[in-house]
Write a protein that binds this ligand. Sequence first.
Ligand code: GA4
Length: 337
Amino acid sequence: MVAIKAPSSIDHANPLTKSPKAAAAAAAAIPTVDLSSPGAARAVADACRGVGFFRATNHGIPSSLAAALEARAMAFFALPHEDKVDATIAAAARRPFGYGSRSIGSNGDVGWLEYLLLSLGSNSNSSSIPGASSLPPSLRAALEEYTGAVRNASGKVLELMAEGLGMQERCALRRMVDGSEEELVRVNHYPPTKEEDCVAGMTGFGEHTDPQIISLLRSNRTAGLQIKLQGPDAPWVNVAPDPDSLFVNVGDCLQVLTNGRFRSVKHRVVAPEGAQASRLSVIYFGGPAPAQRIAPLPELMREGEQSLYRDFTWGEYKAAAYKTRLGDNRLGPYELR
Ligand code: GA4
């Protein structure tokens, strides 16, 4: 692999994370929510209004499922390149799905990673993932079990969000994702950097926001994920890896549905200099149905409050988003002020 120089925005000498004290301050900026606690709905909403990101504990995904998927995914990524391509031919027929290495999307973005990107298919009651049919059976089974569990966790978080927003129907947000046919799973593998690759500030996955409603990430113990706190001059902070937690992030559609109350969070992965270990992360993305109108939910609007965005459907937004570069401001063209 060839080292990729990060854009200058990537700042390893981030003042917030340089000293132990500053690192502790940065970590404190990332809220933790115990999803089983009585105050969870309020804590989830506070986190989504503030950073747009939080660490969720007691999410209900058995650690054995996540560990099994991690082991099988690691074994898959250790296969020869050709085998990985062959095993994902079924999925790759529908770009951008399948196995990818170093290139992200189809507009020239590159990263220090390889990945599997799959659509979870149409039937939320069925565990079978259409594009996974030719994957090694043990990986396919682990993926199907894990995605079943992470879908439930996502549904639970969406209910807490609705409750925290004071919505009448707890299921209103969850229903937008359930059966939408727009749920994805992505398994990212960031290989260790060898000494000759060690160019300061390599990009693992460049900065971006997720276009969907919600994303839930689980990683192994290798660091690399960073989020940008809200505000133009806000710093990037390291997210300490925690395989027992899920990291939840607000996507662009949820920002619009809440008329900016919840904030879509910028995030990126830095390939740590001279890391000995691989980083492996699994991300679930929950999007709405293609025909779903994305506009601020009327019940959230105060009297006289104006929408900050021009209406669109998820189908339109996705088509436009997939033509952009990773770091582009995808909501920009829809902003009214
Ligand atoms: C970011 C979130 C998800 O990983 C993803 C990505 C997608 C891709 O990898 O093909 C995109 C990116 C993501 C947004 C802008 C476009 C499309 C790469 C890219 C440059 C699967 C998604 O839904 O949007």
